[in-house]
Every structure is written in C-alpha cells, then in structure tokens.
Design a binder for this molecule. Structure first.
Ligand SMILES: [Ca+2]
Ligand SMILES: [Ca+2]
Ligand SMILES: [Ca+2]
Length: 260
C-alpha cells in the first residue's frame, strides 16, 4: 500500500529545497552587487546631503533703502515699508530663514502712522524702487499689502545697476486685505540676480474698503536663494568622491571577473 505520508514529506522536502536554492541564488546575486549598492548608496547620500544643504539657504532680506519714482512724496515714509515697523514678529535681515519666519504668520499693523506708506491722494498708480544693498539671488517677494488702499496690480522689475530693468513678474494681483491687521502674501518668480527691485503699482485703491484714493504698502521683504551660487561643503565633496571611486573600482572588478 502506498504510504501517502511518506510522499507528502518528500514533496515538502523537495519544495523546501527549491525554495532554499532560490533564496541562496538570490542572496548570492545580491552579495555580488552588495559593494556596488553600498558604493552607490554612499554617493547618493553625499549628493542628497548637498541638495539638503542647498535647500536650507533661503534667507529673508529687507531692502536697505528705497526711492519713490512716482506718486511722491505721498504720506508717511517709504522706510516704514522695509524697516519692519508694524510687523508683529521681527526677523534679522540676511540671517533669518525665509520660510521659517513666514511659518510664524507675522501680521502687520493696520495703523498708518509710523508703519505704512501711501502715495499722493488721488493717485491710482505709484512706482517705487528698493535697493537691496548688493546683488542678490532673489526668487520670492513677501508683501504685506496695506489693508485700506493697498495695491491692485503689481509689476516687479529688477536691475543690477539701477538703470536697466527687466521684468521679474508682471500683472500680479495682491489680495485685497480687509480693514484689520494683515498677513504677508508670497509671490514667486524665477531666480534673478538683482540689487534693485522696482514696484509698479496700479489699480489703486483696492475696493475693500477703498477709503483713501492712493496706493499703499505695509512691508516688503525678499527671499534670497544662495543655492544658485553655493558650493558643496568639504564633507559632501569627499563623500561624493569616495562613493564614486568605490563604485567605479567595484564595477571594474566585477567586470573583470565577469560578474557584471
Ligand atoms: Ca493701514
Ligand atoms: Ca511696515
Ligand atoms: Ca483692502
């Protein structure tokens, strides 16, 4: 009589063996490439480290001065639009992280005196030019759009010499903040090397509440992206070189032994 139990055990053993062989083959295949994988991982980690450090260099900058090109002299001082007067939370220009600061949701006072600038009464347009103090790689604007009159439409132009200006962003439409303290609005544009940024404001005042016929600004600040000119730190350079060298040598060795 056929011993079914014996056959069952045999089938089980055979199945287990096949599995083990497959596992061993897979393990062996992995082992061959372990050094290559490790080397690639080292290199990739080094590159990732470089990318991360680049992403951490978005710093907030205030203009150091500004002039009113049209709509002048207006009311108040243009300096009050870049000296942080009226902001609920301050930052250190040239030091503070742009995104970390804005994540605090800093709001601007709606009180005009000492905090905001208005163009002449009866003006629907105004142009001002800010000076960042040196050529910087700017890629975003934080605008606290004054709540009473504000800016309806905004063109941004940039320059390195204060003579030749080119478009940064055209036809921006800042939010019409209600009659209370107001937050920043961030506008992004392609990274540009600029020292001077011109604001061409139009469609002023905004409808809500539109109690004073002029353009008005609460505060402006810029995000400076240093990654465009940054160099990897020494550690990341060494890490990349080690990873790349090990990967290359391992690949050559595996080729020589016909393992690749
Ligand atoms: Ca106001
Ligand atoms: Ca201000
Ligand atoms: Ca408003």
């Amino acid at each position: 009589m056929l011993n079914l139990n014996f056959i069952k055990v045999d089938v089980f053993v055979a199945f287990t063996c096949v599995c083990h062989i497959q596992i061993i083959m897979l393990y062996s295949s992995l082992l061959k490439n372990t050094r290559l994988v490790l080397a690639t991982f080292l290199s990739a980690t080094a590159m990732l480290s470089t990318t991360r450090s680049a992403n951490l260099t978005e710093i907030i900058f205030s203009p150091v001065s500004g002039v009113i090109n049209s709509g002048d002299p207006g009311f108040g001082s243009l300096a009050d639009t870049y000296n942080q007067n009226g902001l609920s939370t301050k930052f250190v220009s040239g030091v503070t992280d742009f995104d970390a600061y804005l994540a605090l949701n800093p709001i601007h006072s709606n009180i005009f005196a000492g905090n905001e600038w208005f163009s002449n009464s009866g003006t629907q347009n105004a142009t001002v030019t800010y000076d960042l103090g040196s050529v910087l790689n700017i890629d975003r604007l934080a605008l606290w759009n004054e709540e009473s009159s504000g800016i309806g439409r905004l063109n941004l132009l940039s320059s390195t010499d204060n003579v030749n200006f080119s478009a940064l962003a055209l036809g921006l439409t800042p939010l019409d903040n209600p009659a209370e303290e107001y937050p920043a609005q961030v506008f992004s544009f392609a990274t540009a090397s600029a020292r001077y940024v011109r604001f061409e404001a139009s469609l002023c005042p905004q409808p809500n509440p539109s109690t004073f016929p002029a353009c008005a600004i609460g505060e402006v600040a810029f995000s400076v992206n240093n990654s465009a000119t940054s160099v990897p730190k020494p550690f990341t350079i060494v890490g990349t070189l080690i990873g790349a060298t090990v990967a290359f040598r391992t690949r050559q060795r595996l080729k020589a032994t016909n393992k690749l």
